[in-house]
Design a protein around this ligand. Structure first.
Ligand SMILES: Cc1cc2nc3c(=O)[nH]c(=O)nc-3n(C[C@H](O)[C@H](O)[C@H](O)COP(=O)(O)OP(=O)(O)OC[C@H]3O[C@@H](n4cnc5c(N)ncnc54)[C@H](O)[C@@H]3O)c2cc1C
Length: 395
């Protein structure tokens, strides 16, 4: 996969979707677990899906039209993992806060313990001597992507063989993945560590790696007898956000952010903004700086969204990177409401949190509002609802 494989535009996402659709049926189910050069057997749609340059409904609509529910079942499940993780975290936002607590602690240790710092740097640079882990660290940094199986193996090696804090690994991913996502990333790392499904850590084994890389790697010395990382039990699910409704009679401004770059549904709900602000939350994703590749993807994706809707946006202001700036900008336009697609748990939600100022109205998309309430337990319980969720979307 070349370094410029993912252009941050909706057109590029739709092109990728069209190219992938023929393979999204049984071929995907049979070959999706193989981590092979070029990654032709998986969709690589995650950078566009994560930022909603292309939506879950659009992807599933195209795939189901070609293959039907039976043949596309595996792919459909995978797309719903994203919705499941978002709903799970939305009902337990303290898990995101706890991850940040772990990260700050681990970061302090990295700065005060030279041995830990050297091991962490070697793992991020791909210099551990474990050939597959080194390959994946470099692939991640060079392309902003890793295959799902490689993410699982890498996280397991990071935690159990290299004995590095899991939160530092999750942070390494968030700095470099073009699809870096608070819910999918945090909860997947927790799952590998044995925190998400308590007491059931994921062990990367040499034989599994050899099989699903078709013999490219057969690492020696992996710790395959693993014990779960200890941590607090999962919190009980709390209430989901109500989000609010747009009042078309009020003078409104629109706030665009990286979690939803397809704002058409807000216009359809009656929004006619006098001005539009663009949130920049890139600096809040990691304790360090996001990679240049990630920064460029997010900036490009936001610019693409603005360009697609230019006539409807009014005056556009970029780079709103804190709540005070958002409020000052909205007040400057005499706004009575700030409308924004509901930002799920993560940097944008954190940036907007606070009291006072112009009211923020953040409706929840129907897709999320229907799916999230079912993320109370494990994915397999959630999965039972997928046929109804598909029907509710008209598939
Ligand atoms: C440790 C770890 C960290 C991860 N971090 C992220 C992350 O930051 N952002 C992210 O989007 N995904 C993350 N994932 C999930 C998954 O690996 C990626 O979504 C997937 O590899 C993206 O590649 P693809 O588009 O080719 O997937 P495909 O196999 O083609 O799947 C199609 C779509 O389904 C969704 N999907 C597939 N598998 C998963 C999954 N396990 N969890 C959630 N959604 C899924 C994605 O939207 C994906 O684009 C992580 C997984 C692990 C094990």
């Amino acid at each position: 996969m070349d370094q410029g494989w993912a252009e941050p535009t909706r057109d590029a996402g739709l092109k990728r979707l069209r190219a992938f659709v023929p393979q999204a049926g049984r071929a995907y189910a049979e070959r999706r677990n193989y981590d092979l050069p070029g990654h032709e057997n998986v969709s690589r749609l995650s950078p566009w899906l994560r930022h909603r340059l292309v939506t879950e409904e659009e992807v599933l609509g195209a795939v189901l039209a070609e293959h039907g529910r039976d043949a596309a079942g595996k792919f459909v499940d995978e797309v719903f993992w994203r919705s499941y993780f978002k709903g799970w975290l939305e009902m337990r936002p303290t898990v995101w806060g706890a991850y940040w607590g772990e990260l700050v602690l681990a970061w302090d240790q990295v700065q005060s313990q030279s041995g830990l710092r050297e091991r962490w740097e070697a793992a991020c640079r791909g210099e551990t001597g474990i050939d597959c882990a080194d390959h994946w660290a470099r692939e991640l940094v060079e392309t902003g992507y890793l295959h799902n199986h490689a993410r699982m193996w890498f996280a397991s090696i990071w935690i159990f063989t290299l004995r590095l804090p899991w939160a530092l690994g999750a942070d390494f991913f968030l700095r470099h993945l073009l699809d870096g996502d608070p819910a999918s990333n945090t909860l997947s790392w927790r799952w590998v560590a044995g925190l998400q499904t308590p007491g059931k850590p994921y062990a990367a084994t040499a034989s599994n790696i050899a099989r699903f890389t078709e013999g490219r790697f057969r690492p020696n010395g992996l710790v395959e007898e693993v014990r779960a990382v200890s941590g607090a039990p999962n919190p009980d699910p709390g209430p989901l956000p109500e989000g609010g409704r747009i009042d078309p009679g009020k003078r409104s401004v629109l706030l665009l952010h990286e979690d939803d770059l397809s704002p058409e549904w807000l216009f359809e709900a009656g929004l006619a903004p006098v001005a539009t602000g663009v949130v920049d939350a890139t600096g809040r994703m990691s304790i360090l700086k996001a990679s240049e590749r990630v920064q460029a993807f997010k900036a490009g994706a936001l610019a693409d969204c603005v360009a697609r809707h230019e006539e409807r946006l009014g005056e556009v202001t970029d780079g709103l990177d804190n709540r005070e700036a958002v409020m000052a900008w909205a007040e400057g336009h005499g706004a009575e409401q700030i409308v924004t697609s509901y930002p799920p748990v993560g940097p944008v939600q954190g940036l907007l949190r606070g009291a006072g100022g112009v009211p923020i109205v953040s409706p929840v998309r129907d897709w999320d509002a229907r799916a999230w309430p079912h993320a109370t337990k494990g994915f397999f319980k959630f999965r039972e609802r997928i046929p109804d969720l598909l029907s509710a979307s008209g598939f």
